[in-house]
Design a protein around this ligand. Structure first.
Ligand SMILES: CCCCC/C=C\C/C=C\C/C=C\C/C=C\CCCC(=O)SCCNC(=O)CCNC(=O)[C@H](O)C(C)(C)COP(=O)(O)OP(=O)(O)OC[C@H]1O[C@@H](n2cnc3c(N)ncnc32)[C@H](O)[C@@H]1OP(=O)(O)O
Length: 178
């Protein structure tokens, strides 16, 4: 369902509709919302964002990063920002890129049984335009750990060009910390 929703999101972002088609589409989307509403649950029970086995953690907002290689301290994956993430002139929105970094760096930070950590900072440099609808490579490194602090770095590549890179600090939550 989320795959279909992603396709809808990209398609809806890319069209310019006549009014009658827009009205009919709105009615269909409202009908779908009505179909799902009886299944709303507490946020601690929802599938979205809490299902690691499903692409993008089943989180509808997240760009889908496919992991190609990973070990305890390094991850290589690929991502394609669809039309939904367009900022302008063929480039991904500058907010979508930190979103992707936070997610994939967070995933490596929390991997291999490391206890849950939260992002304390995420610094992103935009080095070149990040094109939409192009398969990009993302590389993440877990560089070092100092007590509760985990330092990670990441870069996003279009071919050999680094389009953005990031440094992040994740802090391990204390027992009982929410
Ligand atoms: C949203 C959570 C998602 C969870 C998903 C759940 C289930 C899904 C299943 C699997 C998950 C798999 C992957 C997850 C993928 C992505 C994860 C995304 C993560 C996020 O997107 S998460 C949301 C954004 N994030 C926040 O919402 C943080 C708000 N904030 C806080 O919750 C606190 O702020 C906290 C806990 C960070 C620290 O608070 P604290 O009280 O525990 O610790 P304290 O402040 O003492 O800091 C200890 C030492 O870190 C230094 N320090 C702290 N902050 C610093 C900074 N900014 N710069 C430089 N140094 C800093 C201090 O200076 C001190 O250093 P020292 O010990 O040397 O004095």
């Amino acid at each position: 369902m989320l795959d279909a929703l992603r396709v809808l999101r990209d398609t809806a972002s890319g069209v310019d509709l006549p009014a009658d088609v827009a009205r009919n589409a709105s009615l269909d989307i409202e009908r779908l919302s009505g179909l799902l509403k009886p299944y709303l649950v507490a946020d601690t029970l929802q599938a979205a964002g809490r299902t690691p086995g499903i692409g993008g953690r089943a989180h509808a907002l997240l760009p889908m990063v496919h992991v190609d290689e990973a070990d305890d301290n390094r991850l290589v994956g690929h991502v394609t920002f669809g039309r939904y993430y367009l900022g302008g002139f063929g480039a991904a929105h500058g907010g979508a890129i930190p979103l992707m970094f936070d997610e994939i760096m967070g995933r490596l930070s929390n991997a291999v049984g490391r206890p849950m950590a939260r992002t304390a900072y995420l610094n992103v440099n935009f080095r070149a335009i990040t094109p939409i609808d192009v398969r990009l490579r993302v590389e993440v490194r877990h560089d070092r750990e100092e007590g509760r602090k985990r330092f990670l770095t990441a870069a996003l590549y279009d071919g050999e060009t680094v389009t953005a890179d990031a440094t992040a600090l994740f802090i391990t939550l204390k027992p009982g910390q929410r």
